[in-house]
Design a binder for this molecule. Structure first.
Ligand SMILES: Cc1cc2nc3c(=O)[nH]c(=O)nc-3n(C[C@H](O)[C@H](O)[C@H](O)COP(=O)(O)O)c2cc1C
Length: 175
């Protein structure tokens, strides 16, 4: 694989909604999860856990929380969980930084996966309550996002993806 600079990698990552059944090599999964482990978090509390599901029956069960054929077809899925007990709360107003921390870790996940030729897609439009039941999660552990992961059916998805983004996000204050 050609060496990518960061911006090329950011351009490459895209939401993949069509997966091949090809299993993911364990080394690649380890690589992706190491990049997750190294993510920064508020006060370095690392208020997260990641459940990796490869078992077909468990994947089918998980798909009950997000019933889409493309989601069901992924060979693996990672449930990104936030721990609200461990997460840092800002003393001024009590703001819970759990979601922010998990989101940074998931961003590492999706970028590292893309670098390895693996597709991912953030999924938040799922039944979180049902997901907690399936995995027997205690009340302080929140399933924040589901991340299906696997080889895209068509590799071209990494090349032909169109980034539909606003043109300017920079607002410079007058000096
Ligand atoms: C927090 C978050 C939640 C998302 N939830 C879903 C989802 O439930 N289902 C889905 O198909 N895509 C979901 N997406 C993917 C977005 O639709 C996608 O990132 C956006 O359209 C930009 O496309 P790109 O990822 O290909 O650059 C989500 C993305 C984010 C960041």
């Amino acid at each position: 694989m050609a060496q990518q600079n960061f911006l090329e990698l950011v351009r490459k990552r895209t939401s993949v909604r069509s997966y091949s059944a090809q299993p993911i090599e364990q080394e690649k999964l380890d690589y992706v999860m190491e990049s997750v482990r190294l993510a920064p978090s508020a006060c370095n509390n690392q208020p997260w856990s990641f459940i990796i599901i490869k078992d077909k029956e468990r994947l089918a069960q998980l798909a009950e929380t997000y019933p889409r054929d493309w989601f069901r077809a992924a060979p693996a899925c990672i449930v990104a969980c936030g721990n609200h007990t461990e997460a840092w709360k800002r003393p001024h107003d009590g703001k819970d930084h759990c979601d922010i921390d998990v989101s940074i870790a998931v961003t590492h996940l999706t970028l590292a996966a893309a670098e390895q030729g693996l597709g991912t897609c953030w999924v938040c439009h799922f039944d979180a309550k049902r997901c907690s039941e399936i995995f027997n999660l205690p009340a302080h552990i929140e399933p924040v996002a589901l991340i299906p992961i696997g080889y895209p059916k068509d590799d071209e998805v990494f090349i032909n993806n169109v980034k539909n983004r606003k043109s300017s996000i920079i607002k410079t204050e007058k000096t």
